[in-house]
Ligand binder design. Structure first.
Ligand code: GRF
Length: 198
């Protein structure tokens, strides 16, 4: 069975979408672990309630601890609202096997400091007409890995950052499940920066 580990820092609504997709059979996967860098993350309680093993790691050795926790038989690591930067041996061992969901259309409105509501505030302030979310592979840069898939939403003249966040989050929940499904079904091929969906 395709085994995933999910990394979270907050509410875990993306994690919830993954759990629902596993329970409904849309995802033929098992969630081997939920790992957070925030001991109070709502997603940890959500996971514990489902009997999923959870871990809390923080500090400089977080990536090394994640590598140990996910073990040998994890196929994919899913960053679902995870705020720490992954580095070191974890990135080597899991090259093109870690995905992240970012709440904007990379390469716009991404990179250092661009997370959560900051992203949507920057989008609204800039006045663009479209935003959305991006699922991408994780590499040593921040939000720089090859793009797996994107979903778009309209940005309305009257939108506040909160309005836009709600609209984008709905698409994130669809995008993260779609990306995990494609990868678990071996329907993704990466060539340099480009990702082919087979
Ligand atoms: C959301 O803002 C999402 O855009 C980003 O992380 C944040 C938390 O998401 N990926 P979640 O509700 O904890 O999944």
């Amino acid at each position: 069975m395709f085994r995933i580990a999910v990394l979270i820092s907050g509410t875990g609504s993306n994690l919830q979408s993954i759990i629902e997709a596993v329970e409904s059979g849309i995802l033929k996967c098992e969630i081997g672990a939920v790992i957070s860098d925030n001991p109070n993350a709502g997603g940890l309680k959500l996971a514990e309630g489902k009997g999923i093993e959870t871990f809390f790691f923080s500090g400089k050795t977080t990536s090394d601890k994640i590598l140990i926790a996910v073990g040998e038989n994890t196929d994919l690591i899913v960053c679902a609202g995870f705020l720490s930067i992954l580095k070191g041996k974890l990135l080597e061992e899991f090259h093109n096997r870690i995905i992240n969901i970012h709440p904007a259309l990379i390469p716009s409105f991404c990179g250092k400091g661009m997370y959560g509501l900051h992203v949507h505030q920057a989008v609204v302030d800039y006045g663009v007409k479209k935003s959305g979310c991006t699922v991408h592979f994780v590499e040593s840069g921040v939000d720089t890995g090859p793009v797996v898939l994107q979903k778009t939403v309209d940005v309305l003249y009257t939108d506040t950052a909160e309005d836009l966040q709600k609209r984008v989050l709905k698409e994130e929940h669809i995008a993260i499940v779609e990306a995990v499904k494609l990868i678990s079904e071996n329907r993704i091929a990466v060539s340099g920066r480009k990702v082919l969906i087979k």
